[in-house]
Design a binder for this molecule. Structure first.
Ligand code: GLC
Length: 635
């Protein structure tokens, strides 16, 4: 059939029209505009749009945080898992590099991004005194020492440095700071507390803007804020009253009236929420017999409704399991009670599918209303949107050199110096400190003088920490002393010398470093608070024969009264971390002692609990005590 010129034009026009339709359909299908993915949209609009698209399964997935050992790209995709964590000591490989960490985190993230809605997961870890699970990270003094500094700006700088080291490994979230107010040093976690005085703990919440960044002026109170790729989401923990349990028994019962709870254990949460903390972790402990993980009045009624906290609430590790006694004995009830109390994300080191199944069933039976699920997911998404996780879900190698950087180690060294407390200096008004750098021969002794793991304490590389010098990179106190003294000074190291050895050498003086061995959580609960052997024997053998300064490495005040008369000088060094140089800086006068006790130092454990302000207050060294020295001129 012959088609005229006109007909030919018509056919080509029709062809173009068809092509145009096909193209626009393709555009519509392939690059459909998704409001929740548009960073120009207000976060509230992005949340609303995303929520409207989510199934119940996808919502419950966001509430699920699984331990890394359970995770894989496929698991993330199959269960829409919203978060992964490293428990204490859970690492991709021993001494893993920053790159190895990044590859692991990105692998999980790619699984999440491959889901229908592509919601990024958030990876959390306990970076509680630096990035402490990670080999070669800067390990800062534990909070018990940082409270002594009474220096909020130092804490902010530590937070910023820690954020960089955490991000160096591809992780955007840390379960820190612990803002417990430890009221009894028999608690195994007392070293995670800045002070027995809530005012010091409140001041130290300045670490939160260090970790997260400063919330812009005008940010409504309670709204979480995290300033992007060099900052991390923080976690104020453990809500509330974790440091007030009977006899300091970990995870036990805090018996105190409402006024006491609000005046001692709650104030720092006001500060944390005001500073835009992204998350809050619930305490294992109970308040007057009611498990905090099941306490709607405090978790929802107070934290969310009264304090207007708008981030998300996370459970502790198996925290909902421990609502019942024995734990996990009625898991459906645990899920129901925990989620209804106001927990938004549940930390699941195991049986995560049981959690998902039970929660799904409880919602479908309307035991848990959809509104509670929606509240939880909105909070989780609000944190993820505000920290830019949708725009930058995958980590790169740009920050790897921040891990253990010399700048951060110098900051930690400064913190060590400011955390030391001089409790005694000399006998008969003859000050021993600062020590001369130039002496013929000095003795360094004690189980903790040459032990990096001991000076770091728990939550270091392993959950419980451990002794030795190979666990990470740092400077022991012995090495620091050798770095500091004059080259002509002979330094003799003997970990546990007998009295004859000491007497037979004409030492100018001795430095004895002893204390507690590492522990974490309940493993550190102690009713006697004694320095374990051979510490006391070393003190006796050395200090009975030569002028000695004893440096105590401990997570809390310990029994020292029986030895005090034989000791010329006594220094509380707490758990200083990797930068032992800070101890020698002050012992030898490059810097003066400035630290003031942030905890009461008891005479006897029979006095406990005993805190500043108590009617019967008869300490060995009172709260706020600390002798000072001046830096030696021309040292
Ligand atoms: C622990 C601690 C908590 C920590 C969590 C994850 O049991 O109670 O402080 O953040 O589990 O490691």
């Amino acid at each position: 059939m012959k088609v005229g010129k006109m007909g030919g034009r018509l056919i080509s026009l029709m062809g173009c029209a068809v092509l145009l339709c096909l193209w626009s359909a393709a555009v519509a299908e392939g690059a459909a505009y998704l409001k929740y993915k548009d960073p120009k949209q207000p976060i509230s609009a992005r949340i609303k749009d995303l929520m409207s698209r989510m199934t119940l399964e996808e919502k419950i997935g966001q509430m699920t945080q699984i331990e890394r050992k359970l995770a894989s790209s496929d698991i993330m995709k199959k269960y829409f898992v919203g978060s992964v964590l490293s428990g204490g000591g859970s690492v991709p490989a021993p001494m893993a590099s920053a790159e190895t960490w990044i590859n692991m985190v990105n692998e999980f993230q790619k699984g999440s991004l491959s889901t229908r809605l592509g919601i990024p997961m958030i990876y959390g870890i306990d970076a509680v005194h630096g990035h402490n699970n990670v080999y070669n990270a800067t390990i800062f003094p534990h909070n018990v020492g940082l409270g002594v500094t009474r220096d909020p700006q130092l804490l902010k700088r530590i937070g910023a440095a820690t954020a960089l080291e955490v991000r160096a490994t591809g992780i955007p979230y840390t379960f820190a700071p612990c803002i417990a107010v430890c009221r009894d040093p028999r608690w195994g976690r007392c070293y995670e507390s800045y002070s027995e005085d809530h005012r010091i703990v409140q001041a130290m919440t300045e670490i939160i803007p260090g970790l997260q960044g400063d919330a812009p002026a005008g940010t409504p109170k309670g709204v979480p804020f995290v300033a992007g790729k060099t900052k991390v989401a923080a976690c104020a923990k453990h809500f509330v009253g974790d440091g007030g349990t009977v006899k300091g028994i970990d995870e036990n019962n805090t018996v105190i009236d409402y006024k006491g709870l609000l005046s001692i254990h709650m104030p720092a949460y006001f500060d944390a929420v005001r500073k835009g903390v992204a998350t809050v972790m619930v305490s294992y402990s109970s308040w007057n017999g009611k498990r905090m993980h099941a306490n709607h009045d405090l978790v929802t009624g107070f934290l969310k409704d009264k304090l207007k906290f708008r981030g998300f609430v996370i459970s502790d590790w198996q925290g909902i399991d421990r609502i019942t006694d024995p734990p996990h004995s009625n898991y459906v009830y645990s899920v129901q009670a925990g989620v209804l109390a106001g927990i938004d994300m549940v930390m699941l080191p195991e049986n995560f599918t049981e959690f998902i199944d039970d929660l799904t069933s409880l919602v479908k039976k309307n035991v848990i209303p959809m509104s509670r699920i929606d509240d939880a997911v909105k909070r989780i998404l609000r944190v993820k949107f505000t920290m830019g996780l949708f725009e930058n879900p995958l980590a790169d190698l740009s920050l790897v050199n921040q891990l253990g950087s010399q700048e951060h180690r110098e900051l930690a060294r400064e913190a060590v110096r400011k955390s030391l407390v001089l409790l005694k200096n000399g006998i008969d008004n003859q000050p021993l400190l600062p020590l001369p750098k130039k002496s013929p021969k000095i003795l360094v002794a004690g189980s903790h003088a040459n032990n990096l793991g001991y000076q770091c304490g728990g939550w270091t590389i392993e959950w419980q920490g451990h002794g030795g010098n190979d666990l990470t990179v740092g400077t022991t106190i012995l090495t620091a002393i050798k770095n500091t003294v004059d080259p002509s000074t002979q330094v003799i190291y003997n970990e546990n010398p007998d009295a004859n050895f000491v007497k037979s050498n004409s030492f100018s003086h001795a430095i004895v470093v002893v204390g507690e061995t590492p522990y974490a959580e309940g493993a550190g609960d102690s009713l006697n608070l004694t320095i374990p052997e051979p510490g006391p024997s070393t003190i006796k053998n050395v200090c009975g024969s030569v002028k000695c300064v004893v440096v105590i490495i401990s997570g809390r005040p310990v029994v020292v009264e029986p030895y005090l008369s034989s000791i010329s000088a006594l220094v509380a060094a707490w758990l200083p971390g990797t930068e032992g140089q800070g101890v020698a800086d002050v012992l030898f006068g490059d810097y003066g002692f400035t630290g003031k006790l942030a905890r009461t130092w008891f005479k006897s454990v029979d006095q406990l609990p005993m805190n500043v302000g108590d009617p019967h207050y008869d300490p060995l060294f009172p709260f706020g005590f600390g002798l000072t020295t001046k830096p030696k001129k021309g040292n």
